[in-house]
Design a protein around this ligand. Structure first.
Ligand code: GZL
Length: 326
């Protein structure tokens, strides 16, 4: 049903029959229809993403929503195709987690021309006109990078250095990879004991994280690396396998700090193989659902909604593991 007819039906319903269905000042009741949401997800590359997808699907399974979900398999062209399909279907709201920051201007202008509001979740976009999206709900990735560096500096207080760091970056061009690297370097750069000797993308996956760590070990030698900074836990877990296969002790011979706080990271910390993980909360579903309700009802929403998060070390892992929700 196109939006113009829906609005007319809604006005008629509200005028002739009073509030159709449940009461409510926001006019939603008058429509007495589900909010059709087109959601384009990055992919299924990590434990974090799996938990994020579960959270979004659970929240938008409520009867007030009609969810159309698309998995882009980490390809921007698949996300753009999905957004264009949502526009053609005339969905009420588009929500998506952009796999990379750039290349969205054209399709977001098409959504704007179709009067379909766009909500960004998890990752941001780099556009010249921020009216092309209503809001971004997600973590502060720069702060996550700073927190990883602060943990490392604190954990190195008895070391005179040099501390040689290798860095497993996330997906090239993605907001978390760009911002986590920036935050980490901003803090580490203030202490001359630390240097990043190698840095390469592992695309946020375990398999690639292992492959790149093998290359780092080959290039730097068994004694050439003191610390691994991984932009997510999945790459750190892959790297742990490579470190063990090289006959070294992860968490001891090479200290490891990563980001996400997924269950696999707590299990690795409990085993002493990972030293710390910076939480990046994927459970955005309920907040997203409320933002969609507000946007659809024409209520104002903040341009940026930041998710609160913490830092967890291996000393806390055993007690915290039972509390983890993802
Ligand atoms: C961060 C999210 C990142 C996670 C990775 O909000 O975009 O993508 O850190 C995931 O695990 O693949």
């Amino acid at each position: 049903m196109n939006k113009g007819f829906k609005l007319a039906a809604a006005v008629l319903c509200a005028t002739v029959l009073g509030a159709c269905g449940k009461g409510g000042a926001d006019g939603q009741a008058a429509k007495n229809e589900a909010i059709t949401v087109g959601f384009s997800q990055v992919g299924a590359e990590s434990e974090w993403r799996t938990a994020n997808t579960r959270s979004v699907k659970e929240a938008l399974a409520a009867p007030e929503f009609n969810l159309k979900f698309s998995d882009a398999q980490q390809k921007q062209e698949n996300q753009i195709k999905a957004l264009r399909s949502f526009i053609a279907q005339g969905v009420d709201v588009i929500a998506f987690s952009p796999v990379v920051e750039s290349g969205w201007e054209t399709v977001l202008r098409e959504a704007k021309a179709a009067n379909i509001p766009v909500v960004l979740t998890d990752r941001g976009v780099d556009v010249s006109d921020d009216s092309l999206f209503v809001t971004l709900i997600g973590s502060d990735f720069v702060e996550e990078g700073r927190r990883a560096a602060r943990w490392l500096i604190d954990d190195s207080k008895d070391s005179t250095g040099p501390v040689r760091i290798v860095e497993l970056q996330g997906t090239v061009g993605s907001a978390p990879a760009i911002d986590r690297m920036a935050g980490f370097k901003e803090v580490i750069g203030q202490d001359p004991r630390f240097s990043i000797v190698r840095s390469q993308s592992g695309d946020f996956t375990r398999a690639k994280g292992k492959e790149v760590m093998e290359a780092f070990l080959k290039a730097e030698g068994r004694d050439g690396i003191d610390v691994l900074f991984a932009h997510n836990d999945d790459m750190a877990i892959g790297a742990i396998q490579a470190i063990e296969e090289a006959g070294l002790k992860p968490g001891e011979d090479i200290r490891i700090v990563s980001i996400d706080g997924v269950r696999g990271a707590f299990e690795a910390m409990k085993a002493g193989k990972l030293n710390a993980t910076v939480e990046c909360n994927p459970l955005l579903g309920q907040q997203l659902a409320q933002i969609i309700r507000d946007v659809h009802a024409g209520r104002p929403v903040p341009k940026r909604v930041v998710v609160e998060e913490g830092v967890f070390t291996r000393e806390q892992a055993a007690t915290e593991l039972p509390n983890r929700k993802y």
